[in-house]
Design a protein around this ligand. Sequence first.
Ligand SMILES: Cc1cc2nc3c(=O)[nH]c(=O)nc-3n(C[C@H](O)[C@H](O)[C@H](O)COP(=O)(O)O)c2cc1C
Length: 508
Amino acid sequence: MNVRTGFIFLTFLTVTLTTAIYFIWEPIKWSLILTAPMILLGFYDLTQKRQTILRNFPVLGHLRYVLEAIRPEIMQYFVETDTQGRPINRMFRSLIYQRAKDVTDTVPFGTQMDVYRSGYEWMDHSMYAIDQTQVDPTPRVEVGSKHCTQPYSSSMLNVSAMSYGSLSKNAVLALNKGAKIGSFAQNTGEGSISPFHLESQGDLIWQIGTGYFGCRTKEGNFCPDLFVEKATLDSVKMIEIKVSQGAKPGHGGILPAAKNTPEIAAIRGVDPYIDVHSPSSHSAFSNPTELIEFISLLRERSNGKPIGFKLCIGKKYEFIDICKAMLSTGITPDFITVDGGEGGTGAAPVEFSNSLGVPLRDGLAFAYDTLVGYGLKDEIKLIASGKIFTGFHIARALALGADMVCSARAMMMAIGCIQALECNTNTCPVGVTTQNKSLMSGLDVNDKSTRVANFHRKTLKSFTELIAASGLSAPDQLRRQHINRRLGMNLIKRYDEIFPYPEKNSLL
Ligand SMILES: Cc1cc2nc3c(=O)[nH]c(=O)nc-3n(C[C@H](O)[C@H](O)[C@H](O)COP(=O)(O)O)c2cc1C
C-alpha cells in the first residue's frame, strides 16, 4: 500500500470509527473537531496537481515547507554567494520555481550578492540600451556543417542529457511535452529512446554513450542496424556521442539495480535488477581519427542528421588531437557539447564529481580557442552545460564562445525537484528520479510540462533582455569584453583579458 492509498484508508477508518463511537460516547466529538481539518487538508493535498510532495505525502508534506522556512538547506548547485560568502540558495531556487510557475520573478530591495568578493562576475550595460522588443525573445541556432543534409534549427536553450532510468517515466513525459510546447529539444541521455520520449513528439537529441543502449549488440558493442532504426525517427533531430560528462569524466554511466526495472532493462538491452555500469570508454573508436570516422558513419546512417560529441575537457592535447584528425580527414562534427566539471549526475563517486574535469568556463574558452586556432569553428556549433540556469549564465557562456546552452538540474527543478539528493536511491520524494510507481504518480505530467516550458521561455526572455540592456540587438554580438570578473578588492579583468581571443587559423 502506498502513502496515498494509506491516507485514504486511514481517513475512512478514522471517520467511520469516530462517528460510530460518537453515538456511544459523546466527548469523542472533540477528536472529530480536531481531525476534520487534517482530513480536509489531506484530501486537498491529494487532489491538487501543483505540489508533488503534497500529493505524495498528504498533510505530512507541509512539514517540509515549515522546516525549509526555518532553515533552508545549503545546496552547492548554486554558485554565487551572498554578502557573507554563503551560497545564495533561496534566491536562485525561488527564481527557477517562479519562472516555472509563471509568477512574479523580480526581487525586492536590490542585489543579494557580495559584489566585492573575488570571483564576482558581471556584464556591462550600455547607455544606449535598445528597446527589449527589438531583440527576438526566442533566438534559434542552425546546427549542421557542410556534411549535414538535415540541419536542425535549435532553440538556444535545451534540456541537457538525462536518461529514462535515471529519470522517472513521468519526468521524461513532462520534459518532452514541455519541449513540444516550447519548441525546444530534450536530450535523451545515454539510456536510449523510450516510448515516453516519443509520446508528445517533442524534439529529441539522441545520446549514445559507451553502453550503446538502444543500438547495442548482445556483447555490448555498437550495432549499426539498430542505430538506423532509431536515428531515422522523425523526433530525433540531432545525435550526440557521449565521450564524457563533467560530473564523472572517465567513468561510465551508473544505473543502480533498484532503478533497473524490466521495462528499462528491455529499452536498454540489458538484464533487469542488476547495477548497470557502462564502460568508461568507447569500443567503437579508440583514437581521434576513429572518432571522426564514427561521426561520419553515424551521419551517413542517419541520413545526414547533425552529429556531435559531448565531453568534459580533460587532457588538452587530446582535444587538440581531435581537431588535427578533423583537418587530416576533412570531416567535422556538427556540434560539440562542452560539459563543465561542475556538472550534475544521477549517481557518481564523490571524487569524480568534485575533483575531476575542467570547469565549464575554462573548458569552453579552451575548446572555442582551439577550434578558432585550427580554423574549424565556422563549421562546428559549441553547446555549453554546467550550472546554467539564468539569463546571465547564458550570456556568459555565449560571450566565451558557446553558440547555445543546455541545462539539466534547473529543468529538473522546473518539474518539481526539491534537491532531496536521493537520485541514486530510487526514493526521490517528488517522483523525478525514481522508478517507484507510487512516488512518480504524484508528478502531474500536464502541470509540470507547462512549468518546464515556462521556465525555458522566461529564462530566454531574461537573457534577451540582458542583450538589449547591453545595447546589442542579437546574441551572436556578445563578446568576451562584455563580461568582467573581480579578481581582488582592487583588481578587475574583462573576460577578453583573462581568456585572450586567438587569431583565426593561428594554430594551423
Ligand atoms: C539526473 C541526471 C542524469 C544525467 N544523465 C546524463 C546522461 O545520461 N548523459 C550525460 O551525458 N549527462 C547526464 N547528466 C549530466 C547533464 O546532462 C549535464 O551535463 C550536467 O548535469 C550539467 O548541467 P547542469 O548543471 O545544468 O545540471 C545527467 C545529470 C543529471 C542531474
